[in-house]
Design a protein around this ligand. Structure first.
Ligand code: NDP
Length: 502
């Protein structure tokens, strides 16, 4: 059934259609919101933000838990909508919804503990002062989301921002506006009093308008190219930004890693959601001693992965049609440079699907090892040892996630990998751990969502000192006696001027 969203007027009455990437079926027609409508939404949000902040942690917690309960109860409906609009199989859609629900639950319950006022330590020099810090809402947060995880990805930022006491204006990708609308409508069911979570729909221009609308922070998830534009637009009003950008995540397999588990997880990490995951395993570096067995097992498992539109398929279509050309270009480039396919081949791209591809003998300068492919393609690279694996994995401008399968050296490798997140003996699980921060380094962006860091990301710290008793003389006064600072200087030297013994 197609949905028509006519409650919010579009600029000049313009609308756009959202269609299924698998069947072309119309999913819904949505307003193309221009700068004026975006500004109106932000101004409504400003009022809502004051009301929402005034509810305090307890009031927000109750409502956020009710929102979570509604999403969990209506997960079947939401998963079906994700399947129709994004094309991914229901199983992948369900995992998204599950993770979103888990994160919502965590931030709703923990926001008070993380953000509430707390006492801070004083110093000898300021012994007469009490210190405290608290985390206040920013006001209105603009969230711009991608199409590949239309529930999970934006809901991380949305949940953190709401739990921290902000109102949110959310701009979903033009490929998944119906999912964005579903989330806002569900929230309005449990919080009908004020438009605390609104959705504006449209294309890149709508996202650009949100960046320029005077919101208090923008949380953007998408490609590095668009991330740069978002940051430039936000710079005009000094609007702070969180950028969750692309990745080229590496998997490292050491000689004592569990090879069967590594192969199974590598195939899932690379191919799930047809590889359209910012945290997809896009490269595997496998030590010489494990390489042949790993490649053999990966080939066996990857050959079984079935693309298609139906319930029996493991992976769905490529949601963004233009991505098909990128995947084809990466494959052609790899074959031209001497790579071999052990699964799939040059004709793997069959729009709108891509068959699984496993590549070996790929040189380092091939596009498929350097740029985000965003398709079900896994290049496996043979390396001498774990140090070489880490060196080559780190030779990338991206640094989002990473994975390592190892025993003895597992922790050392995990720490040495240049990424915001690394999983040991599994893939991608950090994304589902609500207590951990989520975000990258380098071209993968900066700032964090999820966990305590995510809650603080959407807050402003407020420091307060309170004089408990006056001192006979204050250093911070023109009336201080002349002998005071020399005496303090002597005390400082006694206390600080000696180097530590070790
Ligand atoms: P895009 O960068 O194309 O778009 C992301 C969002 O930005 C969309 O809502 C888009 O709108 C909007 N947008 C486009 N132009 C502008 C602009 N000038 N100003 C403001 N907003 C704009 O990314 P995709 O949607 O294609 O998503 C895929 C990318 O996202 C991949 O690189 C992937 O790795 C990354 N990603 C990162 C994640 C992370 O957490 N680090 C998670 C998921 C994805 P519209 O779609 O309407 O054009």
């Amino acid at each position: 059934m197609a949905v028509t969203q006519d409650q919010a007027p579009a600029s000049g009455g313009h609308t756009f259609d959202s269609t299924s990437p698998a069947t072309g079926e119309l999913v819904g027609t949505f307003p193309l919101h221009g700068p004026a409508q975006v500004a109106e939404a932000v101004s409504r949000a400003r009022e809502a933000a004051a009301w929402w902040a005034g509810l305090g942690f307890g009031g927000r917690r109750r409502r956020l838990l009710a929102f979570k309960a509604l999403l969990a109860a209506r997960s079947g409906e939401l998963v079906d909508l994700v399947h129709r609009e994004n094309g991914k199989p229901a199983a992948d859609g369900f995992i998204e919804v599950l993770l979103a629900v888990e994160h919502l639950d965590w931030v709703a319950r923990k926001a008070a503990r993380v953000l509430r006022p707390r006492r801070a330590a004083s110093t000898l020099v300021l012994a007469n002062q009490a210190a405290s810090v608290e985390y206040l809402p920013l006001g209105v947060v603009g969230v711009i989301g991608p199409w590949n995880y239309p529930v999970f990805t934006p809901s991380g930022a949305i949940a953190s921002a709401l739990a921290a006491g902000n109102a949110v204006v959310f701009k979903p990708s033009e490929l998944t506006p119906a999912v964005g609308r579903f989330l806002a409508d569900a929230f309005a069911e449990v919080v009908p009093e004020q438009p605390v979570l609104q959705v504006v729909t449209g294309d890149g221009a709508t996202g650009d308008a949100l960046c320029r609308a005077g919101v208090d922070k923008v949380s953007f998830t998408g490609s590095p190219a668009t991330g740069r534009k978002v940051m430039a637009a936000c710079a005009e009003r000094l609007t702070p930004v969180v950028l969750e950008l692309g990745g080229k995540d590496a998997l490292v397999v050491d000689e004592d890693g569990d090879l069967d588990a590594a192969a199974e997880q590598a195939v899932w990490g690379a191919m799930a959601n047809a590889g359209q995951t910012c945290l997809a395993i896009e490269r595997a570096y496998v030590v010489d001693a494990a390489y042949d067995r790993f490649v053999g097992r990966v080939a066996e498992l990857a050959a079984r992965v079935r693309p298609g539109p139906g319930a029996e398929a493991d992976i769905g279509p490529i949601t963004l049609p233009a991505q098909l050309a990128v995947i084809r270009r990466h494959l052609e480039d790899a074959f031209r440079r001497g790579a071999r396919a052990v699964v799939g081949g040059p004709d793997a791209v069959r729009p709108p699907y891509v068959d699984p591809v496993v590549l070996v003998d790929v040189p380092d300068d091939a596009l498929v090892l350097r740029e985000e492919t965003f398709g079900p393609v896994l290049p496996v690279v043979r390396v001498r040892d774990a140090d070489e694996a880490v060196r080559r994995a780190n030779a990338s401008p991206y640094g989002l996630g990473a994975a390592v399968f190892a025993r003895r050296r597992a922790d050392r490798i995990a720490r040495a990998l240049r990424s915001g997140m690394t999983s040991v003996n599994s893939v991608l699980v950090f994304a589902g751990m609500p207590s951990l921060p989520f975000g990258g380094v380098g071209e993968s962006g900066f700032g964090r969502v999820h966990g305590p860091d995510g809650l603080r990301e959407f807050s402003r710290s407020k420091a307060i000192t309170r004089q408990r008793f006056p001192l006979p003389f204050s250093m911070l006064s023109f009336e201080r006696p002349a002998r005071l600072l020399p005496a303090v200087e002597r005390a400082m030297k006694l206390r600080h001027a000696r180097a530590p013994r070790r």
